[in-house]
Design a protein around this ligand. Structure first.
Ligand SMILES: Nc1ncnc2c1ncn2[C@@H]1O[C@H](COP(=O)(O)OP(=O)(O)OP(=O)(O)O)[C@@H](O)[C@H]1O
Length: 256
Protein backbone atom coordinates (compact mmCIF):
# COMPACT_ATOMS: atom_id res chain seq x y z
CA UNK A 1 0.00 0.00 0.00
CA UNK A 2 1.23 3.46 -0.85
CA UNK A 3 0.22 6.83 0.59
CA UNK A 4 0.32 9.69 -1.85
CA UNK A 5 -0.04 13.44 -1.53
CA UNK A 6 -0.81 14.98 -4.88
CA UNK A 7 -0.31 18.76 -5.16
CA UNK A 8 -1.66 19.42 -1.69
CA UNK A 9 -2.32 22.98 -0.49
CA UNK A 10 -3.68 23.82 2.92
CA UNK A 11 -4.41 26.97 4.93
CA UNK A 12 -5.85 27.75 8.33
CA UNK A 13 -7.88 30.90 7.80
CA UNK A 14 -5.52 33.39 6.16
CA UNK A 15 -2.42 31.43 7.10
CA UNK A 16 -1.12 29.34 4.24
CA UNK A 17 0.55 26.27 5.75
CA UNK A 18 1.31 23.85 2.91
CA UNK A 19 1.98 24.75 -0.69
CA UNK A 20 1.92 22.27 -3.55
CA UNK A 21 3.14 19.20 -1.68
CA UNK A 22 3.51 15.99 -3.69
CA UNK A 23 5.13 12.95 -2.15
CA UNK A 24 4.58 9.28 -1.56
CA UNK A 25 5.31 6.74 1.15
CA UNK A 26 5.71 3.30 -0.40
CA UNK A 27 5.59 -0.13 1.13
CA UNK A 28 8.51 -0.86 3.46
CA UNK A 29 9.80 2.69 3.21
CA UNK A 30 10.57 5.18 5.97
CA UNK A 31 10.09 8.71 4.71
CA UNK A 32 11.30 11.42 7.07
CA UNK A 33 9.86 14.91 6.88
CA UNK A 34 12.11 17.69 8.17
CA UNK A 35 11.72 21.45 8.14
CA UNK A 36 11.75 24.55 10.31
CA UNK A 37 9.33 25.02 13.22
CA UNK A 38 5.78 25.69 12.17
CA UNK A 39 6.32 24.81 8.50
CA UNK A 40 3.40 22.40 8.45
CA UNK A 41 4.97 18.99 9.19
CA UNK A 42 2.24 17.82 11.57
CA UNK A 43 -0.45 19.19 9.27
CA UNK A 44 1.06 17.17 6.43
CA UNK A 45 0.94 14.03 8.60
CA UNK A 46 -2.70 14.63 9.53
CA UNK A 47 -3.61 15.09 5.87
CA UNK A 48 -1.69 11.94 4.95
CA UNK A 49 -3.61 10.05 7.64
CA UNK A 50 -6.97 11.40 6.50
CA UNK A 51 -7.55 13.34 9.74
CA UNK A 52 -7.72 16.58 7.78
CA UNK A 53 -8.88 17.27 4.28
CA UNK A 54 -6.60 19.48 2.20
CA UNK A 55 -8.01 22.68 0.70
CA UNK A 56 -6.70 21.61 -2.69
CA UNK A 57 -5.00 18.54 -4.10
CA UNK A 58 -5.54 15.03 -2.81
CA UNK A 59 -4.39 12.53 -0.20
CA UNK A 60 -4.65 9.13 -1.85
CA UNK A 61 -4.14 5.51 -0.89
CA UNK A 62 -2.97 3.15 -3.63
CA UNK A 63 -3.13 -0.62 -3.26
CA UNK A 64 -4.35 -2.74 -0.38
CA UNK A 65 -3.12 -2.98 3.21
CA UNK A 66 -1.66 -6.33 4.39
CA UNK A 67 -4.40 -8.97 4.49
CA UNK A 68 -4.41 -9.22 8.28
CA UNK A 69 -4.08 -5.48 8.96
CA UNK A 70 -6.60 -4.32 11.56
CA UNK A 71 -5.87 -0.68 10.87
CA UNK A 72 -3.99 0.45 7.77
CA UNK A 73 -2.81 3.72 9.31
CA UNK A 74 -1.75 4.19 12.89
CA UNK A 75 -0.12 7.06 14.79
CA UNK A 76 2.83 7.24 17.17
CA UNK A 77 3.01 10.53 19.05
CA UNK A 78 5.76 12.38 20.89
CA UNK A 79 3.93 12.14 24.22
CA UNK A 80 3.36 8.33 23.99
CA UNK A 81 -0.42 8.69 24.65
CA UNK A 82 -0.58 5.71 27.02
CA UNK A 83 -3.51 5.22 29.36
CA UNK A 84 -2.07 5.46 32.91
CA UNK A 85 -4.75 3.16 34.35
CA UNK A 86 -3.86 0.30 32.05
CA UNK A 87 -0.76 -1.87 32.21
CA UNK A 88 1.61 -2.24 29.26
CA UNK A 89 -0.36 -5.26 28.09
CA UNK A 90 -3.63 -3.47 28.80
CA UNK A 91 -2.64 -0.51 26.66
CA UNK A 92 -1.98 -2.82 23.73
CA UNK A 93 -5.01 -5.03 24.27
CA UNK A 94 -7.28 -1.98 24.23
CA UNK A 95 -6.75 -1.40 20.51
CA UNK A 96 -7.30 -5.10 19.84
CA UNK A 97 -10.54 -5.01 21.89
CA UNK A 98 -11.60 -2.06 19.72
CA UNK A 99 -11.23 -4.34 16.72
CA UNK A 100 -13.02 -7.24 18.49
CA UNK A 101 -10.02 -9.54 18.16
CA UNK A 102 -10.62 -12.93 19.81
CA UNK A 103 -8.87 -13.34 23.17
CA UNK A 104 -6.46 -16.10 22.11
CA UNK A 105 -5.49 -14.25 18.95
CA UNK A 106 -5.03 -11.00 20.90
CA UNK A 107 -2.76 -12.83 23.34
CA UNK A 108 -0.59 -14.13 20.48
CA UNK A 109 -0.34 -10.65 18.95
CA UNK A 110 0.55 -9.05 22.28
CA UNK A 111 3.21 -11.66 23.02
CA UNK A 112 4.70 -11.09 19.58
CA UNK A 113 4.82 -7.26 19.67
CA UNK A 114 6.14 -7.23 23.25
CA UNK A 115 8.95 -9.56 22.23
CA UNK A 116 9.77 -7.46 19.16
CA UNK A 117 9.97 -4.30 21.25
CA UNK A 118 11.90 -6.05 24.07
CA UNK A 119 9.13 -5.50 26.57
CA UNK A 120 8.13 -9.09 27.38
CA UNK A 121 9.23 -8.72 31.01
CA UNK A 122 7.19 -5.56 31.43
CA UNK A 123 3.80 -6.80 30.30
CA UNK A 124 2.26 -6.16 33.71
CA UNK A 125 4.04 -2.90 34.50
CA UNK A 126 2.15 0.40 34.75
CA UNK A 127 3.15 3.31 32.54
CA UNK A 128 4.28 5.31 35.60
CA UNK A 129 6.87 2.61 36.33
CA UNK A 130 8.49 2.96 32.90
CA UNK A 131 11.19 5.27 31.59
CA UNK A 132 10.36 7.58 28.67
CA UNK A 133 12.11 5.27 26.22
CA UNK A 134 10.14 2.27 27.43
CA UNK A 135 6.87 4.18 27.24
CA UNK A 136 7.61 5.00 23.62
CA UNK A 137 8.44 1.33 22.97
CA UNK A 138 5.00 0.46 24.36
CA UNK A 139 3.44 3.02 22.01
CA UNK A 140 5.34 1.46 19.11
CA UNK A 141 4.29 -2.06 20.20
CA UNK A 142 0.69 -0.85 20.33
CA UNK A 143 1.01 0.64 16.84
CA UNK A 144 2.51 -2.59 15.47
CA UNK A 145 -0.22 -4.73 17.07
CA UNK A 146 -2.72 -3.68 14.39
CA UNK A 147 -0.23 -4.62 11.66
CA UNK A 148 -0.50 -1.24 9.99
CA UNK A 149 0.39 -0.61 6.37
CA UNK A 150 1.96 2.70 7.37
CA UNK A 151 2.90 4.17 10.76
CA UNK A 152 2.48 7.92 11.03
CA UNK A 153 5.10 9.05 13.52
CA UNK A 154 5.03 12.62 14.82
CA UNK A 155 8.38 13.38 16.47
CA UNK A 156 8.33 10.07 18.35
CA UNK A 157 11.75 10.53 19.95
CA UNK A 158 11.81 14.23 20.64
CA UNK A 159 10.65 13.98 24.27
CA UNK A 160 13.54 11.65 25.09
CA UNK A 161 17.10 12.35 26.19
CA UNK A 162 19.82 11.88 23.60
CA UNK A 163 21.06 8.55 24.94
CA UNK A 164 17.57 7.06 24.95
CA UNK A 165 17.00 8.46 21.48
CA UNK A 166 20.09 6.63 20.25
CA UNK A 167 18.89 3.37 21.79
CA UNK A 168 15.43 3.71 20.34
CA UNK A 169 16.85 4.47 16.89
CA UNK A 170 18.78 1.20 17.13
CA UNK A 171 15.56 -0.54 18.19
CA UNK A 172 13.59 0.97 15.31
CA UNK A 173 16.23 -0.14 12.82
CA UNK A 174 16.22 -3.66 14.26
CA UNK A 175 12.43 -3.69 14.16
CA UNK A 176 12.41 -2.48 10.59
CA UNK A 177 14.77 -5.36 9.77
CA UNK A 178 12.23 -7.81 11.22
CA UNK A 179 8.91 -6.30 10.21
CA UNK A 180 9.80 -3.99 7.30
CA UNK A 181 7.20 -1.47 8.42
CA UNK A 182 6.43 1.66 6.41
CA UNK A 183 6.44 5.03 8.07
CA UNK A 184 6.10 8.72 7.53
CA UNK A 185 8.32 10.08 10.26
CA UNK A 186 8.29 13.74 11.30
CA UNK A 187 11.35 15.05 13.06
CA UNK A 188 13.19 18.26 13.86
CA UNK A 189 16.35 16.27 14.25
CA UNK A 190 18.42 15.86 11.10
CA UNK A 191 20.66 13.20 12.69
CA UNK A 192 17.54 11.12 13.30
CA UNK A 193 16.33 11.62 9.73
CA UNK A 194 19.70 10.57 8.32
CA UNK A 195 19.78 7.45 10.54
CA UNK A 196 16.21 6.33 9.89
CA UNK A 197 15.02 7.68 6.57
CA UNK A 198 15.17 5.86 3.27
CA UNK A 199 14.09 9.22 1.94
CA UNK A 200 14.21 12.65 3.50
CA UNK A 201 11.77 15.32 2.41
CA UNK A 202 12.87 18.80 3.41
CA UNK A 203 10.21 21.49 3.65
CA UNK A 204 10.79 25.24 3.49
CA UNK A 205 9.53 27.52 6.23
CA UNK A 206 5.81 28.21 6.24
CA UNK A 207 4.09 27.86 3.88
CA UNK A 208 5.86 24.53 3.67
CA UNK A 209 6.96 23.72 0.13
CA UNK A 210 9.21 20.84 -0.80
CA UNK A 211 12.74 22.21 -1.02
CA UNK A 212 14.56 18.98 -1.55
CA UNK A 213 14.09 15.23 -1.52
CA UNK A 214 17.13 13.14 -0.62
CA UNK A 215 17.23 9.38 -1.10
CA UNK A 216 19.78 7.57 1.04
CA UNK A 217 20.90 4.27 -0.42
CA UNK A 218 22.95 3.03 2.53
CA UNK A 219 20.98 0.23 4.26
CA UNK A 220 19.61 1.34 7.64
CA UNK A 221 21.60 -1.21 9.61
CA UNK A 222 24.85 -0.16 7.96
CA UNK A 223 24.58 3.59 8.39
CA UNK A 224 26.36 3.51 11.69
CA UNK A 225 29.39 2.21 9.78
CA UNK A 226 29.30 5.12 7.33
CA UNK A 227 29.66 8.12 9.64
CA UNK A 228 31.42 10.32 7.09
CA UNK A 229 28.75 9.86 4.44
CA UNK A 230 25.81 10.32 6.80
CA UNK A 231 27.44 13.34 8.43
CA UNK A 232 27.96 14.90 4.98
CA UNK A 233 24.28 14.43 4.12
CA UNK A 234 23.28 15.88 7.47
CA UNK A 235 25.59 18.87 7.02
CA UNK A 236 24.26 19.57 3.55
CA UNK A 237 20.67 19.42 4.78
CA UNK A 238 21.48 21.76 7.65
CA UNK A 239 23.23 24.22 5.36
CA UNK A 240 20.14 24.26 3.16
CA UNK A 241 17.85 24.72 6.13
CA UNK A 242 19.79 26.97 8.52
CA UNK A 243 18.68 30.41 7.32
CA UNK A 244 15.06 29.36 7.09
CA UNK A 245 15.16 27.72 10.52
CA UNK A 246 16.58 30.94 11.95
CA UNK A 247 13.91 33.04 10.23
CA UNK A 248 11.14 30.69 11.42
CA UNK A 249 12.51 30.87 14.95
CA UNK A 250 12.51 34.70 14.86
CA UNK A 251 8.97 34.66 13.49
CA UNK A 252 7.78 32.49 16.39
CA UNK A 253 9.55 34.62 19.01
CA UNK A 254 8.00 37.77 17.47
CA UNK A 255 4.55 36.24 17.97
CA UNK A 256 5.40 35.28 21.58
N1 LIG B 1 -5.91 23.40 13.78
C1 LIG B 1 -5.22 24.51 13.51
N2 LIG B 1 -5.84 25.71 13.42
C2 LIG B 1 -5.17 26.84 13.13
N3 LIG B 1 -3.83 26.87 12.89
C3 LIG B 1 -3.16 25.71 12.97
C4 LIG B 1 -3.81 24.48 13.29
N4 LIG B 1 -2.87 23.50 13.30
C5 LIG B 1 -1.70 24.10 13.00
N5 LIG B 1 -1.87 25.41 12.83
C6 LIG B 1 -0.82 26.38 12.43
O1 LIG B 1 -0.28 25.91 11.22
C7 LIG B 1 1.12 26.08 11.19
C8 LIG B 1 1.80 24.77 10.95
O2 LIG B 1 1.58 23.93 12.10
P1 LIG B 1 2.17 22.45 12.20
O3 LIG B 1 1.93 22.00 13.59
O4 LIG B 1 1.63 21.64 11.09
O5 LIG B 1 3.71 22.74 11.94
P2 LIG B 1 4.98 21.87 12.37
O6 LIG B 1 5.98 22.04 11.28
O7 LIG B 1 4.57 20.50 12.72
O8 LIG B 1 5.42 22.67 13.67
P3 LIG B 1 6.54 22.28 14.77
O9 LIG B 1 7.82 22.13 14.02
O10 LIG B 1 6.57 23.47 15.66
O11 LIG B 1 6.08 21.03 15.44
C9 LIG B 1 1.50 26.76 12.50
O12 LIG B 1 1.56 28.15 12.29
C10 LIG B 1 0.35 26.40 13.42
O13 LIG B 1 0.15 27.40 14.39
Amino acid sequence: MELILDHVNHSYGDVEVLNDISLSVGSGEIVCIVGPSGCGKSTLLRILGGLEKPDAGAALIAGDPPADSLNPLTYVFQDFALLPWRTVEGNISLVLEDHSVRKDKARAIITDVLARTKLSEFANAWPRQLSGGMKQRVAIARALSVNPAVMLMDEPLSALDSQTRELLMDDLIELWGQVGFSACYITHNLAEAVRLGHRIVMLSRRPGKIREIVDIDIPLNERINHPAETAAIQRRLWEAMRDEARAADRELSDVA
